[in-house]
Design a protein around this ligand. Sequence first.
Ligand code: HEM
Length: 397
Amino acid sequence: MADPLVFNPFAYEMHENPYPTYARMREEAPCYHNEEMGFWALSRFDDVLDGYRNWEDFTSTKGVSLETGGSSVPSMIEMDPPDQTALRKLVVREFNPRRVNALEPRVRALTTRFLDELVEEGECDLIARFAALLPSDVISTLLGAPPEDHNSLRIWTETIMHREDGSSTISPAATEASKNLVLYFSDLIKARRKSAGDDLATSLVEAELDGRRLDDREILGFLFLLIAGGNETTEKLIANTVHQLSRHPAQRASIVADPSRIPAAVEESLRFRSPTQYMARAAARDVVRHGRTIPEGDRVLLSIGAANHDPRRFDAPDRFDIDRQATQHLAFGFGPHFCLGARLARLEARVALEEIHARLPDYEVDEGGVGVVHSGNVAGLATLPIHFTPTARADGG
Ligand code: HEM
């Protein structure tokens, strides 16, 4: 007899390789119920897509993570339309194509600077020395934090996401880090109320909702959401893509020869190793899926990782193939909460991959040292040791 099907998103073994469990869920229990942990999960592509689109059945207002405890700052991600729509309108402009494209020189300069610091060494952990630094610097700068604070912001954000094995409780360290972020951003808001800067904190201080200014708590919600959403996910995207390309030398050679193929590699990486594995919702009323009734109020996970490997949607989904047209994946969600930072994440990943393959084209991954992250809903690598032929710094220094 087959083992009972158990899906515990906090179990460390799920972080190593969730895909066999996802395959069983899609086939044996497409409306999966974990009674012990008190949640349901949808795993087939069409069901997950519908879950993200259909906020009348699946509400975000009871929270979008499965964890319990800790303090969280309320934000639009935990709202439904029309309340969420009104708040989203206030920031959507900041992430339009023109604004995001204008960031490319800044993203490239940062990328070059970080790579310059390691190209002569011939080896490094690409996450510690690069992938973790770039997204954090980009978003911290956008929000309005000065460079000397970027490191603390990154460490607090990472600590918030970390989970103990099998545990769905937010740790005291995560709660502490969360408090530090709140204090930090409260000071930033105070400073921008006194004197404006050219940053998102200033835009939020000046934004108007129904003819009034936002209060500190509303602004905090945005800043918290942007820093938490933008750092680790993009870091994982960059590292996962490098890792998969190192495992598929022909595909990697093809992008070294023709860098215009890099966006396709990024899309396939988003599908193949989705940095956000799921978001949670709650049933807004009794909802029937695959003959089972999810009672009103119960938590439901919309499994992005499982949907993006559904053979009903993608041919040979467990094969990494940058030639497939993978753009219609669910890595950034769908519908009203579709990732606000998707364009920025794609830009950062493309620039990072372009520069890595231009400057360290013969990198090899030391597979023995590769480790995965143990996080809430973020999946991917924690360490990515590589070695390569040392080259000269671009800045000549
Ligand atoms: C590879 C990188 C990224 C991934 C995989 C990712 C994933 C996601 C997903 C799945 C959602 C949907 C949440 C839901 O439906 O409940 C989301 C929403 C969001 N993301 Fe991202 N994200 C990434 C990068 C970013 C970046 C760089 C930023 C910030 C600049 C960002 C900011 C946001 C915000 C603000 C929301 C909430 C939107 C709303 O509630 O309307 N994300 N993201």
